[in-house]
Design a binder for this molecule. Structure first.
Ligand code: CO
Length: 134
């Protein structure tokens, strides 16, 4: 059911430093910071040949990334995102298998303008999973 690994998202306490680390130390292509107010994050996209890394920093009050950084001040992997061909069919199959879909279970528009859903980390080996319509 899942297709390509779309991205791995990493919460970071210092977005400028993290972008410099990926650009200068690791030699990757990185975007300028992009504010995504609907998601409570500022993101830097790291473009790899076969996938992306998204560096996430809290934006505004109540950001889930701020809560994550309270628990993990150095930052850390926040979620991984898989592409699916049909997000509604994927959701229905996952629910039928007993997986918990976060929120109201209806897809929201994600960071790339496509519908996304998040799955409970306790149902997936302690990893928050995002699925995105490809
Ligand atoms: Co994501």
């Amino acid at each position: 059911m899942i297709g390509r690994l779309n991205h791995i998202a990493i919460a970071v306490p210092d977005l400028t430093a993290a972008a410099a680390l990926y650009r200068d130390t690791l030699g990757a292509r990185v975007s300028d910071p992009i504010d995504l107010p609907d998601h409570g994050v500022t993101t830097v996209f790291v473009e790899l040949d076969n996938s992306k890394i998204e560096l996430l920093h809290p934006l505004g009050d109540g950001s889930t990334i701020a809560k994550y950084l309270e628990r993990s001040p150095d930052g850390g992997m926040h979620h991984i995102c898989f592409e699916v061909g049909d997000i509604i069919a994927a959701r229905d199959k996952l629910k039928a298998e007993g997986a918990r879909v976060l929120g109201d279970g209806e897809p929201r528009t994600g960071a790339h303008g496509k519908p996304v859903l998040f799955l409970h980390p306790k149902d997936f080996c302690g990893t928050l999973i995002e699925i995105e319509q490809d």
